[in-house]
Design a protein around this ligand. Structure first.
Ligand SMILES: Nc1nc2c(c(=O)[nH]1)N[C@H]1C(S)=C(S)[C@@H](COP(=O)(O)O)O[C@H]1N2
Ligand SMILES: [Mo]
Length: 308
């Protein structure tokens, strides 16, 4: 059954972990290492589960795969969203490794194969809200970052987690042509990084992540603006101080460290109260924390218009 061309409503149910469908074998097949002998049935979208059980305003329809894989922000491949897929198509995702270190008891380098073998993939269908006031609904495959952090054991001094995207100017024209402080960096407070909604994703639409969507592995933080969800991760560092982050370093008055989705806190140059859902006509109301209100306790006592 091929459902990918039809929008699917998201059911308001708690997540049930799905079978491990993005296997090491499948990753290697996608990289051309093994010969694909079977085709995975594209039925996954037919029975989506809401990961958080949060109520949403309006019906959330899963974004069409062709839209989500052809309209991308990934400045390493330039600023034109519609050109990223073509420019990234030969990006080398194999071999790949992620270095996890800093203030941890057991610093370690994980190969993609080790990550696929040791962490059970779940499907998580999340809303994704870009700071530019457009949004999508995407079916990720991944595992909670908290599980990886548990393995390396953060030391008591660790208060933040820094994320580094790959620096490969020979394959990434934006790193040559755009005068930005490469590599792309992001960061979370440790408790945000440990929140069960925070995902390391290796798949999308039941397939390994495409280069344009941040393959082979990226961060997904669904209650924050999309720029927090760094793509093509190579390094995760536990640290005592707040990490320097890419957009905050470029324009701190426009892009805060927290970057929580918040309809009441406008961007200096545009309103954040509404968003355009890609594939839909018209606009819809933006929700506080992108509708994932279970994260609210993380920010108790904080002024979200100051810590934007
Ligand atoms: N390394 C890196 N990660 C990045 C970006 C980027 O330019 N470079 N863009 C961010 C922005 S602004 C958004 S909205 C999302 C887009 O993810 P998608 O293309 O999978 O929808 O990726 C985020 N992660
Ligand atoms: Mo974005």
């Amino acid at each position: 059954m091929n459902t990918e061309n039809f929008p699917q409503p998201i059911k308001q149910e708690p997540i049930t972990p799905k079978q491990l469908y993005l296997t090491r074998r499948k990753f290697l097949e996608a990289a051309g290492i093994l010969t694909a002998s079977t085709i995975l049935a594209a039925c996954l979208g037919s029975d989506p589960a809401s990961p958080s059980g949060s109520p949403t305003s309006g019906t959330d329809i899963m974004t069409r795969k062709d839209l989500a894989t052809s309209f991308n922000n990934f400045y390493e491949f330039g600023t034109s969203k519609s050109s990223v897929a073509e420019r990234a198509k030969d990006f080398q995702m194999q071999p790949w490794q992620v270095e996890v270190g800093g203030l941890v008891r057991y610093p370690r380098i994980f190969s993609m194969e080790e990550l696929l073998d040791n962490f059970t993939q779940e499907e998580r269908i999340y809303r994704m809200r870009c700071v530019e006031a457009w949004s999508m609904v995407l079916p990720w495959a991944g595992f909670p970052l908290a599980q990886l952090l548990e393995v390396v054991e953060p030391l008591p001094e660790a208060k933040f987690v820094g994320f580094q995207s790959v620096y490969r100017p020979e394959e990434m024209p934006g790193q040559v042509g755009l005068e930005f402080p490469w590599p792309y960096l992001e960061g979370l407070r440790l408790d945000e990084a440990q929140h069960p909604l925070t995902l390391l994703a290796m798949g999308l639409y039941a397939e390994p992540l495409t280069p344009q969507n941040g393959g082979p592995i990226r961060l997904v933080v669904p209650w924050k603006y999309g720029f927090k969800s760094a793509k093509a991760l190579v390094k995760i560092t536990l640290q005592a101080d707040q990490p320097v982050t890419f957009w905050n370093a470029i324009a701190p008055q426009e892009y805060g460290f927290y970057a929580n989705v918040n309809p009441a806190v406008d961007h200096p140059r545009w309103s954040q109260s509404e968003e355009r859902r890609i594939g839909e006509i018209g606009s819809r109301a933006t929700q506080l924390f992108n509708g994932y209100e279970e994260v609210a306790p993380l920010y108790e006592g904080m002024d979200l218009s100051v810590n934007f």
